[in-house]
Design a protein around this ligand. Sequence first.
Ligand SMILES: [Mg+2]
Length: 159
Amino acid sequence: MILKPDYNLVSLFDIDFKELKSQGINAVLFDLDSTVMPSKSGEYPDKVKLLLEELKQNFVVAIISNNKNKEYIEKVQAQSTFPVISHANKPSPKVMREFLRSVNVLPEAAVVVGDRPLTDILAGKLLGAKTILVDSITKDKENKPTRFVRKLERLVIRK
Ligand SMILES: [Mg+2]
């Protein structure tokens, strides 16, 4: 099934980046909202910021977001030492593909990490990258309708 991610994990901190590196992965493309920071917060949780900075030692790191809010993206970019790209239009893999080309990394040497199967994971699959689905970073605080949609989306990816 095309929407099934390579890994389905609870948190960013469950990702075994050493293992990914040993599999030849050289770039990590993160989704923004609900993946590396609470949706619309514009601020990294401290330990996520640390993780991303650490990853930069071994990987090309970027955030590739469907968000179109210029001010918001600029605010996030100001806190980041790696590219934060908006208007990604996922599940189209085009923006991700262009970014990887610009840093000279092949899609098969990249991993896409996100919280949404129908945008992040599908984009990663269409790109030809590895894919990791994580739970929303604020899963426990989300309202009922949001949790319901997430549940539905995840039903699609069950084996
Ligand atoms: Mg997201």
